[in-house]
Design a binder for this molecule. Structure first.
Ligand code: SAH
Length: 411
């Protein structure tokens, strides 16, 4: 099982990096890009540990080497050398669990245990959906030690099953070199049906084997709670609804109607099932529900006569790379403008962005510009960021932001 120790160990891989990369590591940035590597003691293999030495030949960091990614090293430990052994990994897991202690009661059984770099587990995510854990890898560097990491997690958390999910960039390497496939079971049996879990007392399905991310958007929990508190008596439009979670919170909060709008049939079918799962709640049962399958920009532009009292806009990332940043900022401004135009007097709009390549300032700036251009006065209610189980510890980790506006009562 422990291939690293059963082979005669090669000498530890050593790196020297640019002065800028050294400074970044010291400041807590976890990545060293390939072009910042100045010296390398030998060819390295994806997944082995590499040590970075500084100009004075002192230990600077140890991390996961990744020969297959432009992010050549992901730091595990910076500043003080420590043996990266079983006890170290167990301690690292404990820190992540400790950080979430007391955040969730029994009414929430779906949340993130490990949020990658921000919890000292670069490129690795661990989500809980009741008895099911989903371990998702965004770098192949974890694959050589996957069995050991899974064993540690299973021993500590005692889940019913553990599902392996693989980021797009990892899938080919996982199949060809490690015989691993997206959706593999690392522990326990495949679920007989969809995995059902609780978020704030509401029941949801998670599509853990095939769904986006790890099967559900766990990062929007706090914004959904805000929406629930704003929903009483309101007609709600949930644009980019995915599995309808914002709508369910709104319904429980007393919304008179909810409209789920998504381009994906599959997403809308999931939303329908989630609504059905919560019919035991009186407010949900008495809320009118409608679905619209459409491209949201087109639909918002075309349905000028339709008004809502509460609108949620939660599009997918509009900038998948840096080059798309300027276009994304313009798209956010247009989207928020169209949303604001659909608000009834006194209505509230919640606009979200999950693009890491658009900063909070850029997104809020675009949204405020749309609000200033609106025909009516718009009052900014609040802005929000990351939930506590998705901490953001370095610049690129900040992706989630939302801004809430209230439309003036005058026409
Ligand atoms: N708000 C959701 C998450 C949204 S994920 C939640 O709380 O869980 C983004 C969703 O937008 C996906 O369901 C995707 O199908 C949908 N989508 C992507 N592009 C779209 C478009 N142009 N118009 C409408 N929906 C779109």
């Amino acid at each position: 099982m422990n291939t690293e120790q059963s082979r005669k160990p090669a000498a530890r891989l050593k790196l020297r990096v640019s002065a800028a990369a050294e400074a970044a590591l010291r400041e807590g940035h976890p990545w060293v890009f390939a072009e910042a590597v100045r010296e390398q003691s030998r060819a390295g293999q994806t997944g082995e540990l590499a040590v970075v030495y500084d100009r004075q030949d002192r230990f600077l960091a140890v991390g996961l080497f990744d020969a297959d990614s432009p992010i050549r090293l992901r730091a595990l430990q910076v500043g003080r050398p420590e043996p990266i052994d079983a006890g170290w990994w167990a301690g690292r897991l404990e820190q992540a669990l400790e950080r979430r202690r007391g955040l969730f009661d029994a009414r929430t059984t779906g949340y993130r245990w490990i949020h990658g770099e921000n919890d000292g587990w670069p490129g690795l995510v661990l989500d809980r959906y009741d008895g099911t854990l989903v371990l998702k890898l965004y770098t192949a560097a974890w694959l050589p030690r996957l069995d050991r990491i899974a064993a540690l997690v299973i021993e500590r958390l005692r889940p019913e099953r553990v599902v392996l999910r693989l980021g797009r960039n990892v899938r080919d390497i996982a199949a060809s070199r490690f015989s691993r496939t997206d959706g593999d079971l690392l522990h326990g049996a495949a679920p007989a049906g969809p995995v059902v879990f609780l978020e704030s007392g509401l029941r949801f399905e998670a599509d853990v084997l095939r769904g986006q991310k790890t099967g559900f958007f766990l990062d929007q929990r706090e914004n959904r709670r805000r929406v629930e508190g704003l929903a009483r008596g309101r007609r709600v439009l949930n644009a980019f609804s995915y599995s309808g979670a914002f709508s369910l919170y709104a319904a429980r909060g007393g919304a008179s109607s909810v409209t789920d709008l998504d381009v994906s049939e599959h997403a809308l079918a999931g939303a329908e099932r989630n609504f059905a799962l919560n019919q035991g709640n009186g407010a949900v049962a008495s809320c009118a529900r409608e679905t619209v399958r459409a491209e949201a920009f087109d639909w918002l532009g075309a349905s000028a006569d339709k008004r809502f009292d509460l609108i949620i806009l939660d599009p997918p990332s509009l900038a998948r790379r840096q080059a798309e940043q300027a276009g994304a900022i313009r798209a956010y401004e247009r989207l928020v403008g169209m949303g604001l135009a659909r608000l009834a007097p006194g209505g509230v709009l919640a606009a979200c962005s999950c693009s890491a390549h658009v900063s909070a300032d850029q997104f809020f700036g675009a949204a405020r510009k749309a609000a200033a251009r609106s025909a009516r006065p718009m009052r900014e209610l609040q802005t929000t960021g990351h939930p506590p189980d998705h901490p953001a510890a370095f610049k690129e980790a900040h992706y989630l932001k939302a801004i809430f506006f209230e439309a003036g009562r005058r026409k």
